[in-house]
Design a protein around this ligand. Structure first.
Ligand code: EPU
Length: 421
């Protein structure tokens, strides 16, 4: 079994180039289904979930040509709706974007239920609400498939979401981009990856306005044409390495980032005493000689503090002085990392959606698991700053979303390697 072995205690110093954003790359790959001709996508992260997305559309009849490790040419002219292989679709959460993309392209859809990290129930009622508003008849009663069809064709509509959902917003954009007339999405999610999807589609000829605000207006365009597009940097990968600097009392410069996307993460690090310097498209986190202060965090939809940074901060709060708290505002079961960190000495008490951390001076090495993607990042960070040796199991879960995490950390001085045992 492949594991990550870390001998902790090295202070990490140097530069890390940030890869493209996972959660932008996947909807953009599925959005290619709406587009005629060749799409050249650059800054694609080389991660497992993205490889699966590419395999899915290839199995649907798209032509996918790898130009290099971060660029791909996609042509979906020959894609067939409803043909995505179940065994691949069920591996990743983002497969639900096939619902919107297939409805938009073929007027009907049949998609196996999506997989992804288990944070408790992850309903898709808002996705269905959006599709139904656009005229689709959706059936999600099966345990295996979601099926949808627009017998009289899709039509533009006003969609008001009951809650802010990244996935439902993206799906509504995908379904509506090519519908004649004007579709308005209200109470939309505002994450940078939603803006990135809209920018990609607009570069293909769509007319989508207001992405990044709570109201998105889509003037449907019948035909979209291939383009060249560069995916935005991954703000969660970036935040993870800023924490690596803080946790190991080192100094790391992350490059190829959009500092604006990191504001809430950076603000918390500064509140904890970490020195942050912004330099154009780079951010430096200097944790040398810093005594980490305790803080209170509440995760919220963007531009609030991201739930995808919660577990990594969990590691940092475990070694801060005093008592910190995290209130998880998005997923009720995002605390699985706490049991793993407890094996390394962390003192965390979880009650419902709230965790309290009593900071200790040092964690110690242990054998731990990546229970989900960001929880996996949290135990890697813990291993880096712990005394002794840490072994991490289920590393394929970390590889879902972190491009070459072992190589990148090694380059800044970590004693980290893959082992087979
Ligand atoms: N929700 C509903 N009904 C819906 C949709 C969502 O009740 O129809 C609830 C969810 O259960 C959750 C909240 O609304 O409590 C927000 O969920 P959202 O739909 O925004 O999340 P998602 O689209 O399923 C994406 C990312 C997650 C990230 C969240 C929040 C992808 C593939 N996934 O999930 O990323 O945590 O947004 O920002 O983009 C990760 O990268 O580690 C990850 C889990």
């Amino acid at each position: 079994m492949k594991k990550i072995k870390i001998i902790g205690g090295n202070s990490l110093n140097g530069e890390i180039a940030i890869s493209g954003m996972k959660n932008a790359a996947m909807p953009i790959i599925y959005a290619c289904l709406l587009v005629k001709g060749d799409c050249y996508i650059d800054n694609l992260p080389d991660i497992r979930d993205v490889r699966i997305c590419l395999e899915i559309i290839e199995n649907m009849g798209a032509k996918v040509e790898r130009l290099n490790e971060s660029s791909v040419k996609i042509n979906c002219d020959g894609a067939v709706g409803g043909s995505a292989p179940s065994e691949l679709v069920s591996k990743i959460r983002a497969s639900y974007y096939l619902l919107g993309a297939e409805l938009g392209r073929f007027g009907k859809t049949k998609v196996t239920l999506p997989g992804g990290c288990n944070f408790g129930s992850r309903p898709i009622d808002q996705h269905l609400k959006g599709f139904r508003a656009l005229g689709a008849v959706m059936d999600a009663s099966s345990d295996e498939y979601v099926v949808g069809e627009a017998p009289d064709g899709l039509h533009s509509a006003n969609i008001f979401f009951d809650l802010v959902s990244v996935g439902a917003t993206i799906n509504a954009i995908l379904a509506a981009a090519c519908i004649e007339g004007t579709t308005i999405i209200d109470n939309a999610a505002r994450e940078p990856h939603i803006v990135d999807l809209a920018n990609f589609l607009n570069t293909c000829g769509a007319d989508i306005r207001g992405a990044g605000t709570e109201t998105i207006k889509i003037n449907g365009k019948k035909e979209l044409r291939g383009c060249s597009y560069t995916i935005i940097p991954d703000m969660i990968e970036a935040g993870t390495y800023l924490i690596a600097a803080a946790a190991t009392k080192g100094c790391i410069k992350i490059t190829n980032v959009i500092p604006k996307h990191l504001e809430s993460t950076v603000a918390k690090l500064e509140e904890m005493g970490v020195k942050i310097i912004e330099e154009g498209e780079s951010v430096i986190a200097d944790g040398r000689e810093v005594v980490l202060k305790p803080v209170a965090i509440k995760t919220r939809p963007y531009p609030g503090f991201p739930t995808d940074m919660h577990p990594q901060f969990g590691t940092l709060l475990s070694i801060a002085s005093g008592e910190s708290t995290v209130i998880e505002g998005i997923y009720e079961k995002r605390f699985k990392y706490a049991d793993e960190l407890a094996r390394m000495g962390a003192r965390i008490t979880v009650q419902n959606e709230r965790a309290s951390f009593k900071g200790i001076a040092r964690l110690h090495g242990a054998t731990v698991r990546a229970t989900d993607l960001r929880a996996g990042a949290a135990v890697v960070l813990a291993g880096l700053c712990a005394d002794g040796v840490t072994y991490i199991e289920d590393v394929h879960i970390i590889e879902r979303g972190y491009d070459d995490i072992v190589g990148k950390l090694k380059n800044v001085g970590a004693d980290i390697e893959y082992i087979d045992c």
